[in-house]
Design a binder for this molecule. Structure first.
Ligand SMILES: [Zn+2]
Length: 258
């Protein structure tokens, strides 16, 4: 994505594919899907196309990447989403057989679309028809100073929801066990890698954008503070957000030893 207001800034939709021993493949977030690319991106709407400038490349949706990695899309049994904004939920429709795991507050918000902002950020067509959902609403247990909701059904302890409300009502990170370490997909809890180093470390346009689309500013800022502390605290966790291209490239290199 190439936001019009930030020349030279290229953003990604960072999706993680997990191979589990227990139950096939798991996707964390889905980015834009094949139906979003049809008709020049018509479903996404003029505002999104104009502001965000997505590159509608048929090689980019998660289902195309799953195939390119030599997997069968049918083997994606589970999808865990950080939230249901249109740049995160678009790929759900490419995996209609999968169980989608989501925080209950987020699914309720996406279905209700109660405010002007939510009528624009949630695209009902991306998820309304999806059959199988698993919602989470408990408090979770302490996980490195955050809350972690364990035992995502069918996933064993391979992935956990980590509530990080603020960007949306039920926005959550997703923690994935990675050998002795953890990956934490922080979704849109922050937008730029420098925000993990210094408060308000993002370019001005991204700081502005995060404020414009937040549902709960104080919660969002305090969660960003907690992620920064976690990142600096030396815990065995690799934190990344949904849209930072440099983070994606660094982690993609680490995940693929070839
Ligand atoms: Zn996003």
């Amino acid at each position: 994505m190439c936001p019009r207001l930030a020349r030279g800034l290229e953003m990604v939709c960072h999706v993680v594919l997990i191979e589990t021993a227990a139950d096939g493949l798991v996707l964390v977030d889905t980015g834009l899907g094949t139906a979003d690319l049809a008709d020049g991106g018509r479903r996404l709407g003029r505002m999104f196309l104009g502001m965000v400038g997505p590159r509608l490349d048929p090689a980019e949706p998660a289902i195309a990447r799953v195939r390119a990695l030599g997997h069968r899309p049918e083997d994606v049994r589970h999808i865990v989403v950080t939230h249901l904004d249109l740049d995160h939920a678009g790929g759900i429709g490419d995996f209609p057989w999968a169980t989608v795991h989501v925080h209950a507050r987020e699914l309720a918000a996406a279905r209700a679309r109660a405010s002007f902002l939510e009528r624009h950020r949630y695209l009902t067509a991306q998820f309304a028809e999806h059959a199988t959902w698993q919602e989470y609403s408990d408090e979770g247990d302490d996980w490195h100073g955050l809350r972690g909701i364990r035992a995502l059904g069918g996933l064993g302890d391979a992935a956990m929801l980590v509530p990080l409300f603020g960007h949306t009502r039920g926005h959550s990170g997703v923690a994935v066990k990675n050998g002795e370490r953890w990956l934490l997909h922080a979704g849109d809890a922050y937008f730029h890698r420098r925000e993990l180093e210094v408060k308000d470390g993002a370019p001005a346009m991204l700081r502005w954008f995060q404020r414009v689309v937040e549902i709960d500013g104080p919660a969002r800022r305090s969660n960003q503070d907690r992620l920064r502390e976690l990142g600096k605290g030396g815990a065995p966790i690799d934190i990344f957000c949904a849209h930072d291209r440099v983070e994606l490239e660094r982690l993609a290199r680490a995940a693929d030893p070839s």
